[in-house]
Design a protein around this ligand. Structure first.
Ligand SMILES: Nc1ncnc2c1ncn2[C@@H]1O[C@H](COP(=O)(O)OP(=O)(O)OP(=O)(O)O)[C@@H](O)[C@H]1O
Length: 235
């Protein structure tokens, strides 16, 4: 469903944070993208979304190029993005934040669907509460549901566990795995928390200096043979 070939991208002209980056994801798959700080994981998600310009290479979603599209156009093609740090609107209520998730999808009804409040029940209890007054974990749940109300077929998550208590991390993992299983949602997860990765991912890609350097299909095998984790993630 997503096929990326030879992507070169960076922040200044000529910079190659992504240096010929290639990967693919099958429909309904949950793939983790792993690597040390500064290797280009966030840059890749930004390049997919159109926040960072792709200088070379191709980016195809369901056989159609999304390279060079603006972020709102990428969202309309069915890509949801939960950025690092969540970036919810702190002065808006839970409901208002969720409405923002519908803004990019003029084809959908301008009403938050009931199911949005069933994904994480805490959001139903806190409908009228300001996003900024909630815990980090609740804000992350809000950011995820805000992306889901736009009905993405591919969800990009950038370090969703960062700064969040373990029980909420676990709940997020369970919920997204279930949605993927039941509804065929494809997920690309950038994450440092190996418990979340091992609990969710069906395939792991290890990234170094702007390219994928290793792939493992046997995610559970990383528990008994963590050598790639040590090699590509330890500092
Ligand atoms: N806005 C920016 N302007 C210029 N350079 C940037 C910018 N954002 C990131 N970089 C640089 O691009 C490189 C890759 O950063 P990126 O954030 O993609 O790494 P990462 O693998 O996601 O790591 P982290 O876990 O620290 O977020 C780093 O060298 C970083 O300094």
């Amino acid at each position: 469903m997503l096929k990326v070939d030879g992507v070169v991208a960076g922040y200044q002209t000529g910079s190659r944070v992504l240096d010929g980056f290639s990967m693919h994801i099958k429909p309904g798959e949950i793939v983790a993208l792993l690597g040390r700080n500064g290797m280009g994981k966030t840059t890749f998600l930004k390049a997919l979304m159109g926040h960072v310009q792709v200088a070379q290479g191709s980016v195809n979603l369901d056989g159609e190029s999304i390279k060079g599209l603006r972020p709102y156009e990428v969202a309309r093609r069915g890509v949801g993005y939960v950025p690092q740090g969540r970036e919810i609107f702190p002065d808006f209520t839970v409901e208002e934040n969720l409405m923002m998730g519908l803004l990019g999808r003029p084809d959908l009804p301008k009403q938050i669907p009931d199911w949005a409040f069933e994904i994480f029940p805490i959001l139903d209890e806190r409908r009228k509460q300001r996003g900024g007054s909630m815990s980090g974990g609740q804000q992350q749940q809000l950011a995820i549901v805000r992306a889901l109300v736009g009905k993405p077929k591919l969800l990009l998550l950038d370090e969703p566990s960062e700064g969040i208590q373990p029980n909420i991390v676990q709940e997020i993992g369970h919920v997204l795995s279930r949605i993927s299983r039941e509804q065929g949602l494809t997920v690309l997860l950038v994450e440092q928390n190996m418990e979340l990765v091992l609990g969710m991912a069906q395939r792991c890609l290890f990234m170094e200096n702007g390219v994928i350097v290793h792939e493992t299909q046997d995610v559970q095998g990383l528990r008994t043979n963590p050598e790639p984790i040590h090699r590509y993630l330890s500092v």
